[in-house]
Ligand binder design. Sequence first.
Ligand code: NAD
Ligand code: UDP
Ligand code: UDP
Length: 341
Amino acid sequence: KLKEELSTAENNKKKYLNVRFLAEKDRKRILVTGGAGFVGSHLVDKLMMMGHEVTVVDNFFTGRKRNIEHWIGHENFELIHHDVISPLFIEVDQIYHLACPASPPHYMYNPVKTIKTSSMGTMNMLGLAKRIRATMLLASTSEVYGDPQEHPQKESYWGHVNPIGPRACYDEGKRVAETMCYAYASQDNVKVRVARIFNTFGPRMHMQDGRVVSNFILQSLQGEPITIYGNGEQTRSFQYVTDLVDGLVALMNSDVNSPVNIGNPEEHTISEFAHLIRNYTQSKSEIVHKQAATDDPRKRKPDITKAQQYLNWSPVVPLASGLERTIAYFKAELQQESGNK
Ligand code: NAD
Ligand code: UDP
Ligand code: UDP
């Protein structure tokens, strides 16, 4: 056990060596809410490696200390166990506001709490940004477009959302969060950035979060049936997590204050994903069909012209290599789990 701890500490030190040194005038104090989650922890890695001072605020509902433990003890890093529904008083230059459960089973688990997180949580972060004159980036979502009637989706599209359906706590929550951003921007001159994030995958995704990529990889690796909900003709466009993180940092540091889609426009049907993942894992799992999910958007694909033009950003990681890295992560997690048993 001691040996294990020592080697983790050694690895951490090695990682620390790669942290860029920034002169104090260039170093920013950055708050990442939801920083212990899937996307948040990758963003923290990037900001820390850039040499900034990073404070993570998380209530650990879906996040894990393990995702950021390699930074604990670093002089530029701070972790605060806090729920964004309560006011927060700190001093920073930038706020990346990611705190919110993101997968349908997680956000539907306690819909009232999801709404409070998006509404009260975002209001607190805007109140904080207003007081300390920080820039606030909201992690919004492609779900603001609902089951879209425009394809691909441009930022100018207003969306097609059921306000009382099972997804409403999440998509209406994010819609009101966007509304609050622009109300604070026009009334109180708060500097806001709104990223409309499309489906994202990669290491540190929750194993059991019920999303399609994690489900299909786990099912394939464990030889269990791959479950397609409905006929599998519905489409999604998946981006790899490091592409998203690069896009978020580019948006934060740009002067674009209107919403920007961040996603990979490569679109596949869910049936194609099932076959791709089964092939990459060399699995013999059978593919089965289950009942379609309620209000499941039939298609989704970002129009990223705006991000390309104004942020000079486009996704660069091909689906195949992203899947390879994610499958390797899930394999290691499964091995560790069986080792612990
Ligand atoms: P995640 O569930 O892994 O991370 C969310 C983090 O927020 C977790 O660490 C969780 O513990 C924390 N959190 C939740 N409620 C909180 C609260 N009330 N107070 C403090 N912390 C809280 O999800 P993710 O995939 O990393 O998503 C991050 C953000 O990106 C979310 O806002 C999500 O809506 C948005 N997003 C993600 C995707 C995607 O495909 N992953 C797509 C669109 C938008
Ligand atoms: N808030 C916060 N940290 C701050 C400043 C404000 O959490 O540093 C919260 C505050 O508690 C309030 C919310 O942000 O609930 C909105 O702030 P605003 O100033 O707009 O509202 P007011 O305090 O005037 O009601
Ligand atoms: N899906 C599926 N099988 C699963 C999990 C999801 O067929 O085991 C489908 C789901 O119905 C949806 C798509 O995959 O059409 C993407 O679902 P996910 O929950 O990953 O994300 P979201 O619906 O939020 O885009």
